[in-house]
Design a protein around this ligand. Structure first.
Ligand code: GDP
Length: 202
């Protein structure tokens, strides 16, 4: 039986340049991170089943803000800036590093992080930094190896196994494709647990 996707109702709330502009530190927030061009916006559009909720763009590094989407008054998605891209000026990168570090350290409502990586270019410095921050803050990280449609099954599986071996125990990982919707149910399952949808429904 096809289940209902609870993320379809996501809607844009605000874009924050600074942490103090974020909504109150209450309820449940799940952050989505990824290097520019990794496929993060496409992943958000895919699991919310909306064509253009998160802007997909071929211009890397365009968004340097935390974009908040709301599911309901207690549940939010935080789209983190993909500042890891080389073309972002060094000063801006340093600024965002600080803001991000503080976000991970202080944000009490942060329940989990979805880290999006292009399956052909996994575990770059940006990704390792995100994993470190999650680990230090005790926040689970779920990795999407996206654009899996760009690889054959064999190489996709071996990348999955290889990256999985490098992860801390608190992290999980799956194959994903926004184009083909591969792994969508698995992602929705993970998010539903973090957002406590299962418990409510049951
Ligand atoms: P972001 O910068 O991380 O938000 O990346 P985008 O979602 O804007 O995607 C960057 C580029 O990769 C765009 O041209 C997308 O169409 C493409 N893309 C994203 N996800 C997939 C996918 O699952 N499969 C394929 N083939 N292309 C993808």
């Amino acid at each position: 039986m096809k289940r209902v996707n609870p993320f379809r109702i996501a809607s844009y709330v605000l874009s924050a340049h600074e942490l103090k502009q974020l909504p109150k530190d209450e309820g449940i927030e799940v952050a989505i991170a990824g290097r520019s061009n990794a496929g993060k916006s496409s992943a958000i559009n895919t699991f919310t089943d909306q064509k253009s909720l998160a802007r997909t763009s071929k211009t890397p590094g365009r968004t340097q803000q935390i974009v908040i989407f709301e599911l309901d008054e207690d549940r939010r998605i935080a789209d983190l800036p993909g500042y890891g891209y080389a073309k972002v000026p060094v000063k801006l990168k340093a600024h965002w590093r600080k803001v991000m570090a503080r976000y991970f350290e202080t944000r009490k409502c942060l329940r989990g992080v979805v880290l999006v990586m292009d399956i052909r270019h996994p575990m770059k410095d940006f990704d390792r930094q995100m994993l470190d921050w999650c680990d230090q803050a005790g926040i689970p990280c779920h990795i999407l190896l996206t654009k899996a449609d760009k690889l054959k099954r064999g190489p996709a599986k071996s990348t999955l196994l290889k990256v999985r071996r490098e992860l801390p125990a608190s992290a999980s990982i799956q194959i994903f494709s926004s184009s083909k919707k591969t792994g969508l149910d698995e992602l929705i399952d993970k998010l539903s647990i973090w957002y406590e949808y299962e418990a409510k429904a049951g």
